[in-house]
Design a protein around this ligand. Structure first.
Ligand SMILES: *Cc1c(COP(=O)(O)O)cnc(C)c1O
Length: 379
């Protein structure tokens, strides 16, 4: 079956095939009759937490199908899922290679918490490609990717990086939030742990926080064990909402991507706009790498306003009517975010020629959205 069909029929209710949607079973413990069975449950049965219960299991199963994974862990936020993937990947003290374009709260985990595990973060240029081999040493414990990168949208050469990592026996982790596992499959490109903030496109309705990590083989075993020891569980109500969002993920992400690309093209010709950071534009330095790895764009990208101070960037965002200001993205509504305050770069310096604004394009009409941007930019 094709992917679109599978996404509709995967993750159906195992206990009752007549149900289109699984029941929401709120439980924190499951009672047993025999003491021995409590301590040694048969495969697939449950005795504590929400493992084995609907709709959490159905959500895991649908995401597993999306990635072709052996195990999918669910975490209470996207940030928690990336952290979980890193904890599963890192085995012992040493150094971790982290893309310089990493999501800022993850960067904070790398700077503050990895050292407590005896691991020193070292940031690399996201466009490094096969040259990552030159940074790998016997003490490299993990390579972390994010593609395209947060705020600056550099596309990484995933197959080149994972090939070098595999040769050296180093596990790889990716933050796959932009593609939502739909526009790309990092596991098929050689990544060991694929995390995504389900909060964004998979949830898609700006009403839940959740994250997932998908893995195969040995990595799947480590992932399962880390999930358990860290006590990660998500609410069945959120799992239900997330599974409901997932059913329409392709429609929403593709429409948002199309509208976003059209707005990106128009912004490129606007006299006040400097650079448009969108990997699918022919003018993008990442266009070829993007086309090799992604089936299409999602609707999140950024642009700079020529010679504008961050305060002038703020004023443009505040002048928008349809594009509301807020963190997060991937919902049905369009958002705009001034980004200059958030950017930290070490390995690949960011030299803006103006204020940086990020857009998350929703499902509104493209002409209405363009009119809003034009009005806010003036002229
Ligand atoms: C939003 C985001 C996250 C974190 O997701 P939360 O659910 O908000 O914790 C992680 N990575 C990227 C790239 C994101 O944009």
């Amino acid at each position: 079956m094709k992917r679109d069909t599978r996404l509709i029929h995967s993750g159906r209710c195992a206990s009752d095939p007549h149900l289109v949607n699984p029941p929401v079973r709120r439980a924190s413990t499951v009672l047993g009759e025999r003491a021995q069975a409590l301590y040694e449950p048969a495969d697939g049965t449950h005795h504590y937490g929400r493992g084995g219960l609907s709709p959490n299991d159905e959500l895991r199963s649908a995401i597993s199908d999306l990635y072709g994974a052996d195990h999918v862990a669910l975490a209470p936020s996207g940030l928690a899922s990336v952290v979980l993937a890193m904890r599963a990947a890192v085995q012992g003290p040493g150094e971790a290679l982290i893309t310089d374009s990493v999501y800022r709260p993850v960067r904070r985990f790398c700077d503050e918490e990895l050292p407590r595990l005896g691991v020193t973060p070292r940031y690399y240029d996201p466009r490094i490609g096969a040259d990552i081999a030159g940074l790998i040493t016997p003490s490299t414990r993990m390579i972390a990717l994010e593609s395209p990168g947060s705020l600056t949208f550099e596309v990484q050469d995933i197959p080149a990086i994972t090939a070098a990592a595999r040769t050296a026996g180093v596990p790889t982790v990716i933050d796959d939030t932009w593609s939502a596992g739909w526009l790309m499959n990092p596991l098929a490109l050689g990544v060991d742990y694929a995390a995504q903030a389900l909060t964004k496109y998979a949830g898609g309705h700006s009403d839940l926080l959740m994250g997932s990590v998908a893995a195969r083989g040995e990595a799947a075993k480590r992932l399962r064990s880390q999930e358990t020891v860290n006590g990660l569980h998500v609410s069945p109500d959120d799992a239900f909402l997330c599974l409901r969002g997932l059913r329409t993920l392709p429609l929403r992400i593709e429409r948002s991507g199309e509208t976003g690309l059209e707005l990106a093209r128009r912004l490129e010709t606007h006299p006040r706009v400097g650079r448009v950071l969108h990997p699918a534009l022919p003018s993008s330095p990442d266009r070829a790498a993007y086309a090799r790895q992604f089936t299409g764009p999602s609707g999140c990208f950024a642009f700079t306003v020529k010679d504008a101070s961050p305060a002038q960037g703020d004023a443009i965002a505040e002048a928008c009517q349809l594009f509301a200001m807020g963190f997060s993205w991937g919902g049905f509504e369009s958002l705009i975010l001034p980004c200059d305050r958030q950017i930290i770069r070490k390995a690949a310096p960011w030299k803006p020629a103006g204020a940086l604004l990020r857009l998350s394009v929703g499902l509104e009409d493209v002409e209405d959205l363009w009119a809003d941007l034009e009005g806010a930019l003036g002229g």
